[in-house]
Design a protein around this ligand. Structure first.
Ligand code: CTP
Length: 418
């Protein structure tokens, strides 16, 4: 439809960037809802017309001559289409935002990061599907290479250093020799230091969402990028081990298909700052642009994990003793219930005691879900008045159920009555 509209409006329309790259890579999960379009002509006018056809709305960015179309597809799902105007960009100084001037598709592709991301597919009817590949993207895909299009690419946008690593590790490619030299050069010019914390954090968050974030983090470490962001971010053997077990825990949790998803940023930032003293950790988080409240939150999560781990060790020791094992589940649940999901998962990754980790995993997939089979009405019928007493009776009944002492509703009613 975009191509047909382009024909009618007499403008050339292309799909560009990651969408084309992933088609060329025959990636099984090409996301058709993540399409970037480029129009040789007035991109905003085109976006308005396309949004009208799709029954969607447009968010315009006049300064950049771009627009975002938000519409609902035939399944009623919200979809987003980015529309850009083919343009030539000038950068006022390194790491600054671009100023914009109109130009053609070749210039649009030239200003992009890597050759594999600088291919376009023509959408107009007569040439539908024709590949536009000025910079050898297709052959770099074959050679599994991340190649920078022009020598100033990292100077114009140093976040591309982090992107290069992300694509390299995601696809099992390698950054070209020239690319590695340009990264070293950018680092020696302190270009990463000049980036804002928010932009770095945005790129790191994209890495945390990859299938294997730890491989990207290791490569960033090897290239000296982590050190350039903050010297205390560098990896050591302990952090490496923690990153591996964190990924195992996250993968395990994903397979449970629970609705609640953990904040990956919180988990990975905790891991990257593990064993770093609190003041330095606050400094790293400040460097990454986190607000004082967010910094405080991560620091206090980390502290609560540390304290809970100590209590879990005591709990584990007690459960080994005779006569104590009976209340082990309810005691464990009472320790873990106040923690948010992120802390519980982090704790699982951090614990080097297998039995503790295994108990925490049972808490996450089983015990956390257990509810009592009686309700407030039942307690009322038993003559209890609503108030704090309700809560304490319910907690006691739940503890008994968790410990296998009151599994049926009848047993729970009897216990509540007593
Ligand atoms: N791009 C760029 N420089 C950047 C960011 C983006 O040149 N710093 C260009 C690339 O051509 C990229 C496109 O903009 O392909 C879209 O960027 P983005 O949506 O961030 O990434 P994708 O390539 O779609 O990758 P992903 O699979 O991670 O979404």
């Amino acid at each position: 439809r975009a191509g047909e509209l382009g024909d009618r409006l007499q403008v050339s329309v292309y799909a560009v960037g990651g969408f084309v790259r992933d088609i060329m890579l025959s990636r099984p999960a090409v996301e058709f809802d993540d399409v970037d379009l480029v129009v040789e002509g007035d991109g905003i006018a085109f976006a308005r017309a396309l949004a009208q056809e799709l029954g969607g709305r447009v968010r315009e960015h006049r300064t950049f001559m771009t627009a975002l179309i938000i519409y609902h597809d035939e399944n009623g799902e919200e979809q987003r289409l980015d529309v850009a105007t083919a343009r030539l960009e000038y950068y006022k100084y390194p790491a600054a935002l671009p100023t914009v001037e109109l130009s053609s598709i070749k210039m649009d592709l030239f200003r992009r990061d890597f050759t594999i991301n600088a291919m376009a597919l023509r959408l107009n009817k007569g040439q539908f599907g024709c590949l536009v590949d000025f910079f050898g993207g297709q052959s770099d895909i074959q050679r599994k290479t991340i190649r920078i299009i022009h020598a100033l690419s990292f100077v114009e946008d140093p976040t591309r250093i982090i992107r290069a690593v992300r694509f390299e590790q995601r696809y099992g490619f390698h950054i070209s020799t020239q690319g590695e030299k340009l990264i070293k050069n950018a680092l020696s010019l302190n270009l990463v230091e000049k980036l804002s914390g928010a932009r770095i954090l945005h790129e790191l968050n994209l890495i945390f969402r990859e299938d294997e974030p730890e491989t990207c983090l290791r490569r960033l470490n090897e290239l000296g990028v982590l050190a350039a962001i903050h010297p205390s971010l560098v990896l050591n053997a302990d952090k490496n081990e923690l990153l591996d077990s964190l990924r195992e825990v996250i993968d395990w949790y994903r397979l449970l298909y629970f609705k609640e998803t953990p904040e990956l940023s919180t988990l990975y930032l905790m891991a990257l700052c593990s064993a770093v003293p609190a003041i330095e950790t606050a400094d790293i988080l400040h460097r990454l642009g986190l607000t004082p409240t967010m910094r405080e939150e991560i620091l206090s999560l980390r502290e609560s994990v540390r304290m809970t781990l100590v209590e879990l060790i005591n709990w584990h020791r007690d459960t080994q003793k005779k006569g104590q094992a009976e209340q082990s589940v309810s005691r464990l649940c009472a320790l873990l219930a106040p923690l948010p999901l992120e802390s519980t998962l982090y704790l699982m990754a951090r614990s080097d005691n297998e039995e503790i980790s295994s108990s925490v995993s049972q808490y996450i997939y089983k015990w956390r879900q257990i509810k009592v089979d009686i309700n407030g009405d039942d307690l009322h019928r038993l003559g209890l008045e609503p108030g704090p007493q309700f809560g304490s009776v319910m907690r006691m009944v739940l503890a008994a159920k968790l410990d296998g002492k009151a599994e049926t509703r009848e047993a729970q009613l009897k216990l509540a009555e007593e």
